[in-house]
Design a protein around this ligand. Structure first.
Ligand code: SF4
Ligand code: SF4
Length: 252
């Protein structure tokens, strides 16, 4: 027993103390800053390079719901019209806000990105249990969600946990592009959760289909039937993107 206490003392407190203030390395690709005035056009068509159709031109914009943050557009653009910052708090409660246009600063985006009703804090502020459904995901998103509960990110300290049964959950977290085979299981899991319930789309695949968008093997009808409360961009998103988004949404 004494040895165990000694070992625990040696390990110390390993969780990131301030999940809200923690910044990621400059190599992390997060919020893009777009300056259309720098775009010389014609030299390289970033719209054609983008593997997920996230870029629109005239006016230039990047849809974070489609973007897989591969960095190809930034590499190809020699004038610096598209630059990715390391800002990781890219989640939004409104799908249309994920479309980043020229001149939009991260601060401006962050202020408007997540909004929720007053009752959400009352209902989920103390404890939020989530059921995760991998609807054809590659396991990248699933691993990052798993990391949210590890000793470093320790999401459980805020009362947010993943649970095994949808019957015990307050909401569902969807990963993957929703394959035909997984569509019924996703619906079943959603129906098994009591109301009120949250729906969170985690990763480019769940938000837009990502690199699988348009595939005949998908069935994304579920998303037309439910209201998605939070969109978490990335491929996969960072655990801090998820934790910060949920904390802000439940006003914790
Ligand atoms: S970083 Fe995003 S917007 Fe740019 S090419 Fe890759 S997927 Fe497209
Ligand atoms: S968004 Fe990226 S990491 Fe997540 S399931 Fe799709 S391909 Fe995998």
């Amino acid at each position: 027993m004494l040895d165990l206490i000694k070992l625990r003392k040696q390990h110390g407190y390993q969780a990131i103390p301030d999940v809200r203030g923690t910044e990621l390395l400059s190599t992390h690709r997060g919020f893009p800053v777009i300056d259309e005035s720098k775009c010389e056009g014609g030299y390289v068509n970033c719209k054609d390079i983008c593997p997920t159709g996230a870029i629109e031109i005239n006016p230039l914009s990047v849809d974070l719901g489609r973007c897989i943050f591969c960095g190809e557009c930034e590499k190809a653009c020699t004038t610096g019209a598209i630059k990715f910052t390391s800002e990781h708090k890219t989640a939004s409660s409104k799908r249309q806000l994920l479309n980043i246009t020229s001149g939009k600063s991260f601060k401006e985006y962050e202020q408007a990105a997540i909004d929720s009703a007053k009752e959400i804090k009352k209902m989920f502020g103390h404890s939020l249990k989530l059921r995760q459904v991998s609807a054809g995901g590659c396991n990248g998103c699933e691993m990052e969600l798993g990391a949210c509960s590890n000793v470093n990110f320790d999401m459980g300290r805020f009362g947010i946990d993943f649970v095994a049964s949808p019957r015990h959950a307050d909401g569902i977290v969807i990963t993957g592009p929703i394959s035909k085979n997984m569509a019924p299981a996703l619906k079943d899991a959603y129906r098994s959760i009591g109301t009120p319930k949250l729906v969170i789309a985690f990763g480019a695949c769940s938000i837009s289909g990502g690199i699988f968008a348009g595939s005949l093997e998908l069935n994304r009808e579920f998303l037309d039937e439910v209201k998605v409360d939070l969109f978490i961009p990335g491929c996969p998103p960072h655990p801090l993107t998820f934790i910060n988004a949920v904390l802000k949404f439940i006003k914790k």
